[in-house]
Design a protein around this ligand. Structure first.
Ligand code: FE2
Length: 263
């Protein structure tokens, strides 16, 4: 197995585990170079505010990125994480965080995914397997993802206890920390990694992007999977974008890799 039982346990308990990958330095650098074109540093907005974080979701077909998305490694890890023989691609995004002038280290905190404890403990799991494939080293000052280890567990119990909510779950939904129930979430920690590693995480735990106080950008390719037959509801606009993207992606994947699409 490309992910061990202890690593899966760590994912389930902590909400994140970082893995070495088979991706070569050349592959990672080629993908990182694509980011300079598809998620460049953003110009100031209409108010003259400089933006340091850029992203694009389900919009790219560059072979350097498609080769990573369709790599059997991600599929096999997702099979282990989701306890599923058969998994399918859900979404992908390119995220870049550019250096900003010296200032306080600040970060966002939110969740993007809601599921119950029963969803998490089902076989296959009714959750999303999210990969952050790091295309640059992530240090404490270079925009590490901040996360509250294990916070998805009290949340999953809380969602399960709310009458009428289960019928809408699992679903992708953004909820800021301020709007989450007052539970014991633990302290936020930075997620550090090397270029070429992949972090498997659940965005149902409290997490968020931080500022880049380093001198070079932080780049991450996000790829997500679900177990085949498990529906995780997406916001309508995201579902439309995914459907359109998959139609294009089907033409780009190697024939022997097209089974990762919903079909
Ligand atoms: Fe998020």
């Amino acid at each position: 197995m490309v992910i061990s039982a202890p690593q899966i346990t760590r994912f389930l308990q902590d909400g994140a585990v970082t893995l070495d990958t088979p991706f070569t330095t050349d592959q990672v650098q080629a993908a990182a170079a694509v980011f300079d074109r598809i998620v460049p540093a953003a110009p100031p907005d209409a108010k003259g505010q400089q933006r340091f974080r850029t992203s694009t979701t389900c919009s790219f077909f560059d072979p350097e990125l498609v080769d990573l998305i369709q790599h059997p490694f991600l599929e096999e890890v997702a099979q282990g994480v989701l306890d599923a023989k058969d998994v399918r691609f859900l979404q992908t995004a390119a995220l870049a965080t550019y250096p900003q002038p010296p200032g306080p280290f600040t970060f966002d905190q939110h969740i993007d995914l809601q599921y119950t404890r029963a969803d998490l403990e089902a076989s296959p799991r009714r959750i999303v397997c999210t990969f952050f494939l790091w295309l640059s080293d992530v240090t404490a000052s270079r925009a590490p993802l901040m996360y509250r280890s294990g916070s998805h567990l009290p949340l999953a119990d809380c969602w399960q206890s709310q009458p009428g909510l289960q019928q809408h779950l699992p679903r992708v939904i953004g909820i800021p920390l301020a709007d989450l129930p007052a539970l014991e979430y633990g302290d936020p920690h930075p997620l550090l990694a090397r270029a070429g590693q992949a972090t498997v995480l659940t965005t149902a735990m409290v997490h968020g992007a931080s500022v880049n106080l380093d001198s070079s950008p932080r780049k991450a390719l996000v790829v997500t999977f679900t177990a085949r037959g498990v529906t995780v509801a997406l916001p309508p606009a995201q579902q439309d974008a995914k459907d359109a993207y998959e139609a294009g992606l089907a033409l780009q994947l190697r024939p022997e890799r097209r089974h990762i699409l919903a079909a």
